[in-house]
Design a protein around this ligand. Structure first.
Ligand code: ADP
Ligand code: GLC
Length: 515
């Protein structure tokens, strides 16, 4: 959750959706692991529970909880469990190797979020989980808390931000997860004899959403959804796509605190200054007229950086352009992009790593923004680009298809350049199309920039769609409750102290009195 811990778009969405829901008048609480990168003092958080016991399938874990409050935002609870979360990475180490104990870490975290509700006496109508990491909350609610006075009435909604990461782990973790072997079945958690967190979450959730309508459709198509298509299709009207919004307090060139100059659709002067600044920062030739193309992202297959790698030298050799690249991930891609400016001095610049300020500068200073994604559940950068008058060049997939309108040369309309085939040639020629338009039809480029800057991707619209989806989840739960005999793990074994409704000695006393 931005600004505390962010590796991609989920960080932006958790922060801005919760704020937008709060603005609509809802009482929203966000729960985040206290990752190693979160500085509790700087975040202004204070201890709210000195210790909280969380009963897992075969052992009890203990953690501490902090609470941070900032104006206009939903309160955030940080679950501190040093052994699980005090590490350099969120999900993997510096070599991109997933932590072996991820299933334990996120099963614990999901269960802890629900235990927190009990310990602070917060009765939610809806618990909203995101991706495989918190997919289990839907299952815990039904299996553990179905008859709990505080949580028994809560419906669950699970949002899929990325169906490619499902959280698939050896079944040896299942006893700790504690959802009962009766749920280790093919429609629920079992996947080729392993535990699949996301698939199980989909099974138990009262409502499932994906982060754009086109991605929702794509992952239901036969063979789609990385194996999840049949399970998603089976959800019927309990599965839908809701396009992410963007936070215009954070991403707006009129007020962006990271820019050397501000600008708007009425006065684009500041954009030229941002371009000059960006060229200087990345040691590019100071040339206000050259077409400057930028890209930012995680160096993983999904984002199409391998396509960029394979054509970028051809583009730099054949076209009058400059490139800036910001990202990190697969080592071979990091090495390639790190080395590129040495070979194309003055026309290619790169920064390998995570750098929020540079991300804002690239959005503002470039003429074009490249997203040749193999698949893209939503994508936020193309929406930021549109707001910053930077024309997106994208592969028409998922949220990119939903947000970018292709250039129509005859009418001079559209707000970006699209291609369909995931191939080097398609990318190369689409860049060529954009660059030739830039030099040959500048009036069209200007019109497209202005069109994009005026598009509204604010969260208000999307947050209202979520509220409707929450209401649908509540209805779905009521209906399911009327005929589903939930199987309780609790009823099978002795109830552990911390999982009961009774508070135990040093748990259950939230320190912050205002909750
Ligand atoms: P994904 O979540 O799949 O990575 P999105 O487009 O939804 O893709 O969101 C990516 C977010 O992460 C954007 O806010 C983008 O600016 C940011 N981002 C990605 N890589 C970097 C980086 N290396 N430095 C700074 N910001 C980055
Ligand atoms: C995921 C997707 C990205 C989406 C983001 C936020 O990381 O890859 O497309 O924008 O989540 O929903």
């Amino acid at each position: 959750m931005s600004p505390y811990a962010k590796v991609g778009g989920l960080g932006d969405v958790s922060a801005s959706l919760s704020a937008a829901l709060k603005k609509l008048g809802h009482d929203v609480r966000v729960v985040v692991p206290r990752y190693g990168c979160i500085d509790i003092e700087k975040s202004g958080a204070a201890v709210t529970l000195n210790s909280m016991g969380v009963w897992m399938g075969n052992k009890e874990e203990w953690c501490m909880v902090y609470r941070a409050e900032s104006s206009g935002k939903a309160p955030v609870y940080f679950i501190e469990h040093s052994v699980f979360f005090d590490r350099d990475g969120l999900y993997h180490d510096n070599n991109m190797s997933d932590y072996d104990d991820n299933p334990l870490r996120f099963a614990f975290f999901s269960r802890a979020a629900l235990q927190l509700c009990k310990d602070i006496n917060f009765k939610p109508d809806i618990v909203h989980g995101n991706d495989w990491q918190t997919a289990l909350v839907s299952a815990y609610l039904k299996v553990w808390h179905w008859n709990d006075p505080l949580l028994g009435g809560a419906a669950s909604l699970l949002t899929i931000h990325n169906a490619a990461y499902q959280g698939i782990y050896p079944k040896s973790n299942y006893d700790y997860i504690g959802l009962g072997w009766q749920n280790f079945t093919e429609p629920a958690f079992e996947s080729y004899d392993k535990v699949n967190f996301l698939k199980g979450g989909i099974h138990f959730a009262d409502m499932v959403t994906a982060v754009s309508p086109t991605f929702a459709k794509e992952i239901c198509e036969p063979g789609g959804g990385f194996g999840l298509a049949p399970y998603l299709s089976a959800k019927g009207s309990k599965f839908k796509g809701i396009l992410n919004g963007i936070d215009y307090e954070e991403w707006d060139p009129q007020i962006d605190i990271h820019l050397p100059a501000h600008y708007s659709a009425d006065d684009l002067d500041g954009k030229k200054k941002c371009k000059r600044y960006l060229q200087k920062l990345f040691c590019l030739k100071n040339d206000p007229k050259v077409a400057l193309i930028g890209t930012i992202g995680r160096f993983v297959d999904q984002k199409g950086f391998h396509l960029i790698r394979n054509i970028i030298e051809r583009v730099l050799d054949d076209m009058h352009v400059q490139f800036v690249i910001l990202g990190s991930g697969e080592k071979n891609l990091e090495w390639f992009f790190q080395d590129l400016p040495v070979r194309y001095s003055g026309s290619a610049g790169s920064y390998i790593g995570y750098h929020n300020e540079r991300a804002h500068l690239i959005e503002a200073g470039c003429d074009f923004f490249l997203m040749p994604s193999l698949f893209e559940p939503c994508g936020l950068n193309q929406m930021y680009s549109l707001r910053y008058g930077t024309l997106p060049i994208v592969r028409a997939t998922g949220g990119l298809e939903d947000t970018v309108e292709n250039y129509d040369e005859a009418a001079g309309s559209g707000n970006g350049f699209k291609f369909w085939e995931s191939s080097e040639n398609a990318l190369y020629y689409t860049i060529g199309w954009a660059v030739s338009t830039y030099y040959d039809r500048p009036a069209h480029i200007r019109k497209m920039m202005l069109d994009g800057m005026k598009r509204d991707f604010s969260w208000e619209t999307s947050a209202e769609k979520y509220v409707k989806a929450y209401a649908a989840a509540i209805e779905n739960k009521k209906e399911a409750d009327s005929y589903t005999p939930y199987y309780s793990v609790e009823s099978k074994k002795k109830k552990p102290a911390s999982a009961s409704n009774k508070k135990i000695s040093n748990s259950g006393n939230e320190i912050t009195p205002s909750v």
